[in-house]
Design a protein around this ligand. Structure first.
Ligand SMILES: Cc1cc2nc3c(=O)[nH]c(=O)nc-3n(C[C@H](O)[C@H](O)[C@H](O)COP(=O)(O)O)c2cc1C
Length: 190
């Protein structure tokens, strides 16, 4: 898969096959996140791979899924098979504020996972302190995002945005439709 196709085809997926993801694939994602562009090259992030069944189960209540959909959350047998927790290290960046760095890391991992046939959902609506406690993280570590991962059990596609409506919606067959603004709308002629 080339980069163009990975960018175009990647969609957020929230329902997953209950098939384990090889640890080496998860580790490869972290290895690639390491290569992203980071402000001033400071690289203040750490990553935790979570694929233990009990920890996955414990973390689920601290996540929130598909705010735009009535039934968008995965059922128990559709939940992610792994999370990669993106963690900010305040020993490296004392002031905190890791969103830019975490965005670069998550985007890198989502595109790489697309190439590997692994679907993903970037999770920001999470209970960070509860997750930090569950993972037993030291005080100087901030949980920034979780990246939920698994083999897709759902289809999602982009549709042309109508009348500025940003809400994604589900078709009767379960496909998710994600409105995207047109090139004409986003490309300014300056
Ligand atoms: C910073 C950020 C936080 C997000 N948090 C959540 C979340 O907590 N739960 C969720 O279901 N989706 C979450 N998403 C996924 C978005 O809803 C999704 O990216 C958006 O609807 C566009 O769909 P697409 O990724 O398929 O293009 C998040 C995305 C971003 C960029």
């Amino acid at each position: 898969m080339n980069v163009y196709d990975a960018i175009m085809n990647r969609r957020t997926i929230r329902k997953f096959e209950q098939k384990p993801i090889p640890k080496e694939d998860l580790t490869k994602l972290v290895d690639l996140a390491r290569m992203a562009a980071y402000p001033a090259n400071v690289q203040p992030l750490k990553f935790a791979i979570i694929d233990d069944k009990e920890i996955l189960k414990a973390l689920y209540p601290f996540t929130k899924w598909a705010g735009a959909l009535a039934n968008g959350a995965p059922k128990e047998n559709e939940r992610p098979m792994a999370y990669i927790a993106v963690i900010g290290d305040k020993n490296i960046k004392a002031g905190g504020g890791f969103e830019v760095e975490a965005g670069a890391a998550v985007t890198t991992m989502m595109l790489a996972s697309e190439e590997m046939g692994i679907a993903s959902c970037w999770l920001g609506a999470i209970k960070r302190e509860e997750i930090k406690a569950e993972l037993g993280l030291r005080n100087e570590y901030d949980v920034v995002y979780l990246l939920a991962l698994g083999y897709p059990k759902q289809k999602s596609r982009t549709v042309a945005m109508q009348h500025g409506e940003v809400k994604y919606f589900e078709s009767p067959d379960g496909t998710i439709n994600v409105p995207k603004r047109s090139l004409d709308e986003v490309l300014l002629n300056v």
